[in-house]
Design a protein around this ligand. Sequence first.
Ligand code: SAH
Ligand code: SF4
Ligand code: F3S
Length: 472
Amino acid sequence: MNLPDLCIAKDRQKTPISYLDIKHDYQPVFKNKKYFLRTYGCQMNVHDSEEIKYYLEALGFEATDILDEADVVVLNTCAIRENAKDKVYGYLGRCKHLKKLKPDLIICLCGCLMEQPHEIENLRHNHSYIDIIIGTHNLHDLPALIIQKSPVQQIEVFSNSDQVWENVRYERDSKVCAWINITYGCDKFCTYCIVPYTRGRERSRKMENILQEVQELKAAGYQEVTLLGQNVNAYGNDLNLGYDFATLLEEVAKIGIPRIRFVTSHPWNFTDQMIEVIAKYDNVMPYVHLPIQSGSDAILKKMNRRYTIAEYKELFHKIKAKVKNVAITTDIIVGFPNETAKDFQATLDIVKECEFDNAFTFIYSPRVGTAAALMKDEVSMAEKQKRLKQLNDLVNSYSLKSNQKLLGQTVKVLVTEASEKDQHKVCGYTETMKLVNIEGGQDLIGKIIDVTITEAKSFSLDGIVKEKVLTK
Ligand code: SAH
Ligand code: SF4
Ligand code: F3S
């Protein structure tokens, strides 16, 4: 067994990254068998699950949404906050019960939680009914482990993260929008965050491989690609090949796919060239997710975020000034160890000043192995919850305000899917990433259409297809 070593992650030896090709030699040996896959966490995990689906389907398994029908259960886990972990353990109870009824059931755990040594120890000792455990660096081992399934638990978690796998195949969830990994891992070590330990050192894919993937997706009819990384704008820094994220974004834009997005950008790596490329190309969407985390310089310093509020504001206003109609969203943590009332007030103040289009807000959750987990914290959970509520009320008022600005306007919407609630409706996203529910049939899916906004709520908009407005 190979356990990840937190010390190795911290030291980040700069050994050269190796680029390896996955060999695809799977046979559909499982007939009339079903798999149940549940994904927790961020877009990175969502995209990893598309890789897992590819392997399971290549082995012959068919998807099911009903746990009881499954012959294989895969839980792709997240470690970012305690509640993400609780959800996984909650689900494990149901899996254990099912395994008693179906002894041949294969239960597999993968994802970020599996990169934490203490979790593996716990699973090994207290959850021996789990068959397979793999980490975030070796998803491609899943098919072999399923075929070999033996009565003893098989644990294959690699701490080695000096590799980039190419030739990865995916069973993508959508035929309209696609995720593309451009970097893996993170070297920032924000003191609260587990990601550098679970995803390893920062490593970029080579530009030619990314561009080829975009070309293939365009040829397959995809309308939108989202470039993915924990810090997309640190792209290329590890390669020393003379290109960076702005170069990549421009080359992707030139390919001519209708919509390009990227998540997440770190304020520290945001360059003027990036802003220029976003402003220059119509197919680079005017939408930036720019996590701020706190409005207090003292807290930002303790978080090791590498910028001050003055620097963040300067960047924020530069992007607003240069990119027409841009929407900026953010992430905010409430209740970082010893956050004072004054620190929290500074967070409220920056939200009032920036009027973010949306903000994802979280109560700080200590993660074993991170620097912040060792910090003393005198603030009570009740106080943190009170602050979160106050922040959410403020954030939601600005989301509503920014949505209301669109009332009566006609905006371009890429229709992505049928509405779950109403069969006469479809939904999609504006260029600025606002969700719109539209009256219309499924023939609209995959099209970019003009939609007139008729109603604005905090979290979504309602609209009608423009021609319908004209004929009224
Ligand atoms: N790479 C991205 C975000 C990664 S995690 C970035 O740096 O911006 C997504 C968000 O989860 C973070 O922006 C942060 O707001 C939140 N988060 C991360 N660790 C957390 C923790 N320990 N407790 C609470 N929220 C956390
Ligand atoms: Fe975590 Fe910070 Fe890296 Fe984002 S930049 S993944 S918050 S360590
Ligand atoms: Fe969670 Fe891992 Fe993403 S910890 S947020 S799934 S990188």
